[in-house]
Write a protein that binds this ligand. Structure first.
Ligand SMILES: N[C@@H](CCC(=O)N[C@@H](CS)C(=O)NCC(=O)O)C(=O)O
Length: 314
C-alpha cells in the first residue's frame, strides 16, 4: 500500500537508541510504518521544516501532525492503536516513570560508559564534526578525557541500575510487568541495544545478570513491526498535502491558564533546547499541540509531552 496521510512515518536513524524505544513499541503493536532516515548531526533541514526547530530524533509524523519526543510519540501510538496496549500486568501509568528513569539516569550512564570506554577514534561517531554537533546540542564540551575518567564509575552505576531489573525479573516472569511486553520493556531495553551496537564490550556486565540477559533476547525477538523505507522529500510532500486531525481544545485545568490560540514557545528542559514557536491548539496534563506554518510543509501541528518540556507564553 502506498504511504498516505494516515501512515506512521518515523524520522529516525538506525543507531539511535531513542528510536529503538519507539521501534519496539511498533513491534509490540504489530504496526506497519515508514522509516525516514535523518542525518545524525545538523543540519537537518527537512526535519526542522516539520518541527519548527526541534532537532532531536526520533520524530513521528502522521500526515500534518508532528510528534516530538518518544513520550508523546508512544502516547499517540497508544491512543490511535490501543490494542494490544503497552500497559500490561499491573501497569496503568507508572510505566511512563520507567521511561523517565531510563531516558535520563540510565541513558547518561550508558553514554558515558560507551563513549568513555571506546578507544580514541575507534568509531566514526567520535569524529570532529560529531563532537562539535553534540557540544552545540548539550551546551557542554564533549570532553573525551572526562568521559574516559568517568566511565569506570558510570559502569558501576549502570550495573546497579541493571541489577534493579534483575530483581524485577528473577521470579521468572517473561517481561518487566508480567507475561506481556509493554512500555516498561521498550524503555528499559533500548540502552542495552545501543551498547550492543556500538560498544559490545560493555555488555559483559550482562554475564552476571542472567535474567536481564534472557529478557533482553525476548524483547529483541518482539521485533519492529512491519517497516518500509521513505525518503525525506516524500514525507514533506505528505505533510504539505495533509491537514492536522488534532481537535482544538482549551484545558480548563491548565495550571498557568494556557488557552486555545495563545502564542507559545516550547522547549526541552534538558538538552537540544531549541525553541519552537506556535499557536496553542490543544493541551492536557500530558501534551501540548501548537500550530505553525512553513513554506515547504504548509500548516502543521507539532506535539510535545509536558514532562521534560517548558511551555512559555511567547
Ligand atoms: N527526550 C528525547 C530524547 C531524544 C534524543 O536524545 N535523541 C538523540 C538520538 S537517540 C538525539 O536526538 N541526538 C542528537 C541527534 O541525533 O541529532 C526523546 O525521548 O525522544
Amino acid at each position: 500500500m502506498p504511504a498516505n496521510a494516515q501512515s506512521i512515518i518515523l524520522h529516525q536513524y538506525d543507531v539511535s537508541p531513542f528510536s529503538e524505544k519507539v521501534r519496539v513499541v511498533l513491534g509490540i503493536k504489530g504496526l506497519e510504518w515508514y522509516a525516514c532516515d535523518e542525518p545524525v548531526i545538523m543540519p537537518k533541514p527537512e526535519l526542522v521544516a516539520l518541527t519548527g526547530g526541534y532537532r532531536k530524533i526520533p520524530v513521528m509524523q502522521i500526515g500534518a501532525d508532528i510528534y516530538c519526543d518518544t513520550q508523546v510519540i508512544i502516547r499517540e501510538l497508544e491512543r490511535r492503536f490501543p490494542s494490544p496496549s503497552i500497559f500490561v500486568g499491573g501497569d496503568r501509568g507508572l510505566g511512563w516513570g520507567v521511561g523517565v528513569w531510563t531516558d535520563r539516569s540510565v541513558f547518561l550512564n550508558t553514554v558515558t560508559v560507551v563513549f568513555g570506554g571506546m578507544a580514541d577514534g575507534a568509531n566514526e561517531l567520535a569524529n570532529e564534526a560529531f563532537r562539535k554537533d553534540r557540544e552545540a546540542l548539550t551546551g557542554r564540551p564533549f570532553d573525551a578525557n572526562a568521559m574516559k575518567m568517568a566511565a569506570p564509575m558510570m559502569a558501576e552505576q549502570l550495573r546497579a541500575q541493571l541489577d534493579w531489573l534483575e530483581r524485577q525479573l528473577d521470579d521468572g516472569r517473561a517481561y518487566i510487568m508480567g507475561a506481556q511486553p509493554g512500555i516498561a520493556d521498550a524503555s528499559a531495553y533500548y540502552n542495552l541495544a545501543f551498547i550492543r551496537w556500538v560498544y559490545p564490550t560493555a555488555a559483559k556486565v550482562l554475564e552476571t545478570l542472567p535474567y536481564v540477559a534472557a529478557w533482553e533476547k525476548r524483547v529483541k525477538a518482539v521485533g519492529h513491526g512491519m517497516r518500509h523505507e521513505m525518503g525525506r522529500g516524500e514525507a514533506l510532500d505528505i505533510a504539505k498535502a495533509a491537514t492536522s486531525t488534532e481537535k482544538p481544545h482549551t484545558d480548563p485545568n491548565e495550571p498557568n491558564g494556557l488557552k486555545l490560540g495563545d502564542r507559545v514557545t516550547v522547549m526541552a528542559d534538558d538538552y537540544g533546547r531549541d525553541p519552537i514557536v506556535g499557536d496553542l491548539v490543544s493541551s492536557s496534563a500530558q501534551h501540548v499541540a501548537i500550530k505553525r506554518s512553513d513554506e515547504r510543509v504548509g500548516e502543521v501541528v507539532v506535539h510535545f509531552p509536558r514532562v521534560g518540556f517548558f511551555v512559555m507564553k511567547a
